[in-house]
Design a protein around this ligand. Structure first.
Ligand SMILES: [Fe+2]
Ligand SMILES: [Fe+2]
Length: 347
């Protein structure tokens, strides 16, 4: 956690938002005693240091055990060396002008606390945690009932922001660390879909639509027995039949939840359909399968191929892409090629 000491929370808001992108952030006033606040990694003082209550607050902070190993960044308002000297005397490890851009302040904060990480690394880590939290809430609710569709919205921006800020590779590295195979899969599909949509130059509305659909597309797996869902190795015919019910079950859950858009419903039911009619659950062919479903199906297969599981050797990007290219007739060739460019060209 990062603590921002502010005597003007309205003025500090852009800074607090920028910090919130990389770490949990708590805002306190100059009356903070530092006794009950819990552990934190750094402090940014966005206060007028000439005020007595500001000085008292930082002096109290200086007496906190372990304070010396915690960076204190002071944003100074006065001009010249005087303000910097005053801040240093109050324990500042770094002084920056209060006029500095919030992004620059966050960059300095990251260098002070996590010298081996970049801002983009931390953004991706934080956004993946947010999206992961949403996945567990979503699947827990879907196991026995319906899902709160408005809460799904909270997972969309983290995925899009992480892909935009950090690129697909960082997202994959972060999500591969998830033990839960279903959450890992849904987050892999979501990041891949967001990167594909971005590379296709789709509008923000369409990117949000595809990311939403990707987040919930396998929600029906919440009702598949764990022994089948997490089975290491191949499923037998009976197990496969049970597994395949996740698509219509997911569609049922979302229909019953209300407020779900038509694209998300279609993707959830049909993301295992193939253009040649060999897919499930409805054996749809060619024109019966819409563009968003075709796009998500490619992302879904790719994500399943590159997933990381303890008993499996991970597949490389080029191996996975050559399998997709070999699915001519089942997937739209032009879209598979565009997908290849999107994931290979992704940072
Ligand atoms: Fe699925
Ligand atoms: Fe899937």
């Amino acid at each position: 956690m990062i603590v921002v000491v502010s005597d003007r929370p309205d003025r500090s808001r852009p800074l607090v938002e920028a910090i919130g992108a990389v770490a949990e952030c708590r805002v306190v006033g100059t009356d903070e005693t530092w006794e009950r606040i819990g552990p934190f990694r750094g402090v940014i003082a966005d206060i007028t240091l000439s005020r007595p209550e500001a000085k008292r607050c930082l002096r109290r902070l200086a007496t906190r055990p372990g304070r010396r190993s915690t960076p204190l960044i002071c944003l100074t308002r006065g001009s010249g060396q005087g303000a910097f000297t005053e801040a240093r005397n109050l324990g500042a490890t770094l002084c920056l002008s209060a006029l500095a851009e919030p992004r620059m302040v966050v960059g300095s904060l990251v260098r002070e606390i996590w010298p081996d990480k970049s801002v983009a690394d931390l953004v991706v880590t934080r956004e993946a945690q947010r999206a992961g939290t949403l996945m567990s809430t979503l699947f827990a609710a879907a196991q026995t009932g319906t899902v709160d569709m408005p809460s799904v919205e909270q997972g969309i921006a983290p995925v899009l922001d992480a892909i935009h800020e950090g690129g697909l590779s960082r997202w994959l590295d972060e999500v591969w660390a998830y033990d839960d195979v279903t959450f890992q899969h849904c987050l892999l599909v979501s990041g891949t879909a967001a990167a594909f949509a971005q590379s296709l130059g789709l509008s923000m509305t369409d990117r949000q639509l595809l990311t939403r659909a990707a987040l919930v597309h396998d929600v029906g797996k919440s009702r598949i027995p764990h022994a089948i869902l997490n089975k290491p190795g191949r499923l037998d015919d009976d197990e496969r039949a049970v597994m395949q019910t996740h698509a219509p079950i997911g569609h049922e859950i979302l229909s019953a939840s209300g407020g779900c858009d038509a694209v998300t419903l279609a993707v959830t039911r049909h993301h295992h359909e193939m253009l040649d009619g060999s897919g499930y659950p409805d054996g749809l062919c060619a024109d019966e399968i819409g563009d968003p479903v075709r796009l998500l199906t490619i992302c879904d297969i790719y994500a399943a191929l590159i997933e990381r599981r303890p008993y499996k050797t991970p597949m490389t990007t080029s191996e996975a892409l050559s399998i997709l290219s070999g699915m001519e007739g089942k997937l739209e060739g032009g879209l598979v090629q565009a997908f290849g460019r999107a994931v290979q060209g992704a940072p």
